[in-house]
Design a protein around this ligand. Structure first.
Ligand SMILES: NC(=O)c1ccc[n+]([C@@H]2O[C@H](COP(=O)([O-])OP(=O)(O)OC[C@H]3O[C@@H](n4cnc5c(N)ncnc54)[C@H](O)[C@@H]3O)[C@@H](O)[C@H]2O)c1
Length: 321
């Protein structure tokens, strides 16, 4: 499977991962590249590099959960492939659970329906490791139980069940990708995967860095450009259809190590740290099993490298100053 010459739509394409995916898709030379984003969190600025590289990029400010308007859009643009990344994020789900659930589930159902009715050929749906909840076993493979802890995570798990049910019932050409903690430029400064921006902000403002608990809790961080590379390769490999595939580094990075790396990158190795009580419900360990991804697409992303961290820190510094 090849994206060259195809008409491709990215929902949530003005967001963090979506905008990097758009940059990556341009190198595949699609015929048409279309973004649908409600601008709930996304920004046009995130697509400024994409516009330079691909001036024909089309951006629609629309609600991707509206079936009627999505039918019209994919018909008008003759869309063949959809990368579905649009989402209402976790923190919003804590204040507006019903709306978050309705929107997120509505987006997934809309694109499943477009695939069922033959308006689009292929659906690459983006899930989240949040759907697993706290780790019952580590590393977490794709058969790890889904025990979502927030309305956001529950909506992501529900979306996955919807996509799989459409695959089972109507044989739609679809795959579910399940990324772990992404980091990199363009991530919303207030978003939940916020340990990196928070630490950078503290250093920039000369304030002590607060670490909850002993700092030995781990996360599986993956650089955003590795995630979008995996997404494109997953589209290209037909064996992936009907599957759920983790996108992770497969390595655990502790908060202590991450903070140490950031202070090194920012030339502040002696920046003061404060250890405070652990946050309720904070997951102790999170690590993705990447065996399936390796087998299907032969891709082995690294965990947090100095180079990727430095690029990320530079981006945040520019945004903060
Ligand atoms: N960031 C992470 O670490 C991470 C980890 C695992 C999974 N994911 C998943 O990756 C995808 C992208 O996440 P992200 O981190 O880039 O989030 P993001 O918030 O930066 O991007 C999501 C985009 O969707 C848009 N959007 C929201 N509601 C919409 C609607 N109704 N119609 C159209 N657009 C809408 C937002 O404006 C935003 O631009 C999501 O599906 C998310 O669940 C992210």
């Amino acid at each position: 499977m090849n994206l060259k010459g195809k008409n491709v739509l990215v929902t949530g394409g003005a967001g963090f991962i979506g905008s990097h995916l758009v940059d990556r898709l341009i190198t595949e030379e699609p015929e048409k590249l279309v973004v649908v984003d409600s601008f709930f969190l996304g920004t046009e600025k995130n697509l400024s590099e994409a516009y330079k590289a691909f001036p024909a990029l089309k951006l629609y400010r629309m609600d991707a959960s509206n079936l009627a308007s999505m039918i019209q859009l994919v018909e008008n643009e003759k869309i063949e492939v959809v990368f579905d990344l649009a989402v209402i994020p976790l923190p919003t789900s804590l204040d507006f659970p019903t709306w978050t659930i309705e929107t997120n589930v509505g987006i997934a159902a809309t694109f499943c329906e477009l695939a069922r009715r033959g308006f689009i050929q292929t659906l690459i749906h983006c899930s989240s490791s949040e759907a697993y909840g706290s780790a019952v076993h580590v590393p977490m493979d794709e058969n790890h139980p889904l025990v979502p802890c927030t309305p956001y995570a529950a909506s992501k798990a529900a979306c996955d069940h919807i996509v799989l049910s459409y695959r089972e019932t109507y044989h739609i050409d679809a795959v579910i990708i399940r990324p772990f903690n992404n980091f990199g430029p363009r991530q919303n400064l207030g978003s939940y995967a916020g340990v990196i921006p928070i630490v950078v902000r503290k250093i920039v403002n000369s304030e002590p860095i607060e670490i909850f608990g002993d700092g030995e809790q781990t996360r599986d961080f993956i650089f955003v450009r590795d995630t979008v590379e995996a997404m494109v390769r997953i589209y290209e490999e037909e064996e992936t259809r009907g599957q759920v595939i983790n996108i992770a580094s497969g390595q655990e990075t502790s908060v202590n190590l991450l903070v140490r790396e950031i202070t090194q990158v920012m030339s502040a190795p002696d920046h003061p740290l404060i250890y405070s009580a652990p946050r309720p419900g904070d997951v102790r360990r999170h690590c993705g099993d990447v065996q399936k991804m390796k087998e299907l697409i032969g891709f082995e992303p690294q965990a947090v490298s100095r180079e990727n961290l430095a690029e990320t820190v530079e981006w945040y510094k520019k945004e903060l100053l």
